[in-house]
Design a protein around this ligand. Structure first.
Ligand code: ADP
Length: 467
């Protein structure tokens, strides 16, 4: 075989067409989408068709003519379908079958009617030329839709082949060149050369589409991760700041509540000291005072722990939490602030314990935020009431914080506890949104409405733990 004869060139091109899809198949073995399967199988068929043509004269005619032509046209139609699938506009099965059939039957009919004429050959040239242009246009659409550079090369790869096919078809039709793929002329060699080019560039381009997509997805994934981490970090920071803000109000309680047990400790210690100083007093006489000192000390420690637990930004610890206990703790924490504001917090707690899976400190933070808002909303009113009602509704616990203030304005209701809506001059507009995000972290929700008799109602709904 002479390297420069058309048969050899066809054989080499066919071999390459056959091998390149195997490389793509191997490289994309993780993907194996319908488009990849169609593209690779189509390439194999087209390559097989070229190999059969190169063996013309050495194998039966129907194999190197009709079967080879079927392989080529079906293969290219499959590759067209692969790109259409990539674009999300695949041909329906009947349209696909009809398209491949038209390409092939044109060839068969022309060869049957005029076996020695140039028409089946010209038909084949034109059909493959049209298929190449079709592939090229589809690739350009992929490039435009997804801005993938490799799709551009995939599109360019098939244009020179289409061009030489069309030129050769015209030459044969005009009688200036002999028909047939294996004649030793300049153009058949050019076709084989362009075939090599399109096979290498086209398959590399197709592979590149997937590689670009995968790396883009990786970048997007990394960006998404970074964004989520940043959001979580900011969220933690805002929650901590908000808790510190609430602390301003709670610190008054600290002083007030500690005053009582400390005074008790002092009083009982003085009594015990007097007894010790008496000459004949038995040591056991000091026992009740020492017990009272220990009791007061435990009280003081409890208070400090409660407040310390509220201040510290600990990682969220979900545990079985009694909502009654959360309400009572918040009442204690805010007791002095409420008194100083001349407000009464009425609590309506059911006797049956309502337990949820959650972080008691965070749940307390929601109530502190809501009570603080109610306090601010009712400021300046002669009578200020806040009601905290806990009830069970099916599998949920509902905690309503209601006040007798002016109620939410339209903007607040519309904003629906999203961040940065505030009507206060010193407001941050984050309290409700933090409360809502804590509720959501507990698989619950927070809803706002106005009571028909006036005043705001915020309802925290949380999924109950079974008993
Ligand atoms: P901030 O308290 O910093 O404004 P919030 O997110 O806690 O932030 O509240 C947002 C807005 O919702 C408030 O500025 C106010 O207009 C409205 N709001 C919240 N609670 C009440 C309430 N109990 N009564 C009336 N309006 C309220």
């Amino acid at each position: 075989m002479n390297l420069f004869d058309a048969r050899t060139a066809f054989f080499i091109t066919g071999l390459l067409y056959f091998l390149m899809p195997l490389v793509v198949w191997q490289a994309l073995r993780e993907q194996k989408s319908d488009a990849v399967k169609l593209w690779c199988a189509g390439g194999e068929l087209f390559g097989a068709g070229l190999l059969l043509i190169s063996l013309r004269g050495q194998i039966p005619d129907w194999v190197s003519f009709e079967l080879a032509s079927l392989f080529m046209h079906l293969g290219n139609t499959q590759r067209i379908q692969a790109l259409r699938k990539e674009l999300g506009t695949p041909m329906s099965a009947p349209v696909f079958a009809a398209t491949a059939a038209v390409f092939w039957l044109g060839y068969v009919i022309a060869r049957t009617l005029v076996p020695d004429g140039p028409y089946h050959f010209v038909w084949s040239l034109l059909a493959v030329g049209v298929q190449c242009i079709w592939i090229s246009l589809l690739a350009q659409r992929i490039r435009r839709n997804e801005h993938i550079q490799s799709a551009k090369w995939l599109g360019i790869a098939y244009l020179p082949l289409a061009l030489v096919m069309l030129v050769r078809a015209i030459q044969v039709l005009m009688g200036s060149a002999d028909p047939g793929p294996l004649v030793n002329e300049y153009m058949p060699l050019a076709i084989a050369l362009m075939g090599v080019l399109s096979s290498v560039l086209g398959n590399t381009g197709f592979l590149g589409v997937y590689v670009e997509r995968a790396s883009r997805q990786q970048i997007q994934h990394a960006q998404e991760l970074a964004r989520r981490e940043e959001n979580a970090r900011l969220g933690r920071q805002i929650t901590r700041l908000d808790r510190q803000r609430a602390m301003g109000m709670i610190s008054a309680s600290l002083a007030h509540e500690l005053r009582q047990p400390l005074a008790g400790i002092g009083l009982n210690a003085e009594c015990a000291e007097q007894i010790i100083r008496q000459d004949h007093a038995p040591a056991s006489a000091t026992a009740p005072f020492i017990a009272a000192i220990l009791h007061n000390m435990r009280n003081a420690t409890d208070i400090m722990n409660r407040i310390q637990g509220f201040i510290q930004a600990k990682p969220v610890e979900h545990q079985r939490t009694s909502l009654q206990t959360v309400c009572t703790n918040v009442n204690h924490l805010m007791g002095d602030w409420l008194r100083s504001e001349h407000m009464a917090l009425q609590m309506q707690l059911p006797p049956t314990p309502l337990n949820v899976q959650g972080d008691p400190v965070q749940l307390a933070q929601i109530l502190v935020n809501l009570i603080r808002n109610s306090g601010q909303a009712t400021a300046g009113q002669s009578s200020r009431r806040i009601t905290l009602t806990l009830e069970q509704q099916g599998p949920q616990a509902l905690l309503h914080v209601q006040d007798n203030g002016p109620g939410f304005d339209a903007g607040a209701l519309q904003n629906n506890a999203n961040a940065f809506y505030t009507t206060k001059t010193d407001g941050l507009g984050v309290g409700l949104s933090i409360s809502r995000s804590i509720a959501e972290q507990h698989q619950g929700s927070l809803s706002l409405r106005n009571a028909p008799e006036g005043g705001a109602i915020v309802t925290l709904a949380l999924p109950l733990l079974s008993l």
